[in-house]
Design a protein around this ligand. Sequence first.
Ligand code: CP
Length: 314
Amino acid sequence: MADFSQNHLLGIRGLTKADVELIFETAKGFKDIINRPIRKVPSLRDLTVANLFFENSTRTRLSFELAEKRLSADVVNFSAASSSVKKGETLADTVRNILAMKVDLVVMRHPHPGAAHYLATKIGVPIINAGDGTHEHPTQALLDCFTLTERLGSLTGKKVCIFGDIRHSRVALSNVRCLALLGAEVMVCGPATLIPKHFASLGVRVEHDMDRALEWCDVANVLRIQLERQGAEVPFFPSLEEYHERFGLTTERLNRLSNPPIILHPGPMNRGVEISSEVADRKDSVILEQVENGVAVRMAVLYLLAGRLGGSED
Ligand code: CP
């Protein structure tokens, strides 16, 4: 198998299909390891990883921290809310100060699209983008696709529909790119106001009728309505109740289908808005499998980037 081609993971753009397959193969091995009684390996021993979170996170932050600890890295965590960013320090200065403490890899979530790319031009250590504004969230797309390959085998020709707030989502763009690399057919479905026009030019189908989209797809990836990013004076849809009526994934809708799709949600969920509680908690939902796989996939990414450093490998 070819070596990993990247020095950073800034987005799915830039990855080759071989890179994604290598991440999945490596993640499979790590998934076995983290399900054993002794869940730690020494692969990143003597390396220090800084998790820089300039925006809130539960899953991604904990998942990276666990992944790093399972690989025996030393870990430092930074949260903008309690830092000197509040005193006006720039991103580059904050990171340079952290690197002066001899950090080997940086994981960063930031509200500004392109922040990870900017940082990669300023500092000489690998950067993993843990979500940059409404742009990309590459490890989420990788763990989503890894979860689907476990369920479906090859994704070639599989029909995946991404539902909901495409406009404000970083998960949507990363998923479209990753699914396209793996040969899936992709559709996006939501109100016209929440689907940017450029999505059609990415080679994806666009649908505004949820029931038609559900008939079409093998997989439904339901995205959160990002109310905190919808600062517009004119709302993107009339009310949460109406949104749920037209675009909420409910048992009633699923019961009308002869072949219900596999259901994914990256979290956090707005229960009763884009997904009903009953659907979220279905036994066949893979939502918590996504979270479990997130640790293995992030271990794989960290391991492959550390390998490019010439750091310790077992
Ligand atoms: N899926 C995801 O990115 O969740 P968090 O915002 O909790 O990290």
